[in-house]
Design a protein around this ligand. Sequence first.
Ligand code: ATP
Length: 306
Amino acid sequence: MIQITMPLNFLGTVYREIRQAMIDMSEMFDLLEQPAEVKDAPDAKPLAVTGGEVVLDDVRFGYDPERPVLKGVSIRVGAGETVAIVGPSGSGKSTIGRLLFRFYDVTGGAIRIDGQDLRAVTQESLHAQIGVVPQDTVLFNDSILYNIAYGRPDATRDEIEAAARAAKIHDFIRSLPEGYDTQVGERGLKLSGGEKQRVGIARTLLKNPPILLLDEATSALDTETERDIQSELKAMGEGRTVVTIAHRLSTIADADRIVVLVKGEIVEEGTHAELLAANGRYASLWSRQAAELPDDEPRLAHPGKD
Ligand code: ATP
């Protein structure tokens, strides 16, 4: 019996891990539409994260060699820092996320985590170290317990509940007649956008990755829910390196640094206050967004008045 179950368990774990990585990534980057382009180098080593510094060094990339998308992008995200990437649609923000996951290899320059070129490390170890909180967390047709534990299948019940508490979803789960055993997903209880996102946060907290990639983390939510969830997202970023790909500038104003990407090039970089004072591209994006805000959103400071 043992002889049979052990390999099956092992395969189950591997399968789960692969599926987890696929889910994380497909949620975020429409992976299913994307070809698997890269393979581990024969001598690839596991990524050893010491602090979690992420460096893009003169990164060049195009999906089609004729059409460059990133034209020499250099960004350094120090260990524990939060850097937000903003810019108009099509400027290459999500592409940076895809390259960080190494869905594709850069065509020039390099991406390094703690000094290790992504091309030299195993993809499995890379994906294990980066947590993704996607716009819209995918739920499996299973219990809410399973859905949270997916972040780390060997987690104990106490750890799962602690993650749910930190994500501020524990009380909601407890209020359900079947609690953590409640079936969710397409065939079960439908959760709201905010509840799903909290499940995603709890999942990521359990996984406990040193690096986080937040993709427009709250765009699927209404303004009020978004504001509520911001504090949990922020708390999750404490002590981790965070790269945020953002459209809604209001969610990234307190990032350590903001990088403004336009047509695959960095045109500005600084803190929110510095960029407003510079009165350039960021300031104009900011004032345009302030003008478009719905009535329930507090008015944002106009550039120049901050
Ligand atoms: P948005 O804010 O609209 O999501 P973005 O800044 O994230 O935009 P990217 O998704 O990185 O922009 O896209 C940058 C450019 O690369 C765009 O011109 C886009 O059409 C192109 N592009 C993105 N994905 C692919 C792909 N899989 N194949 C070919 N071209 C792509």
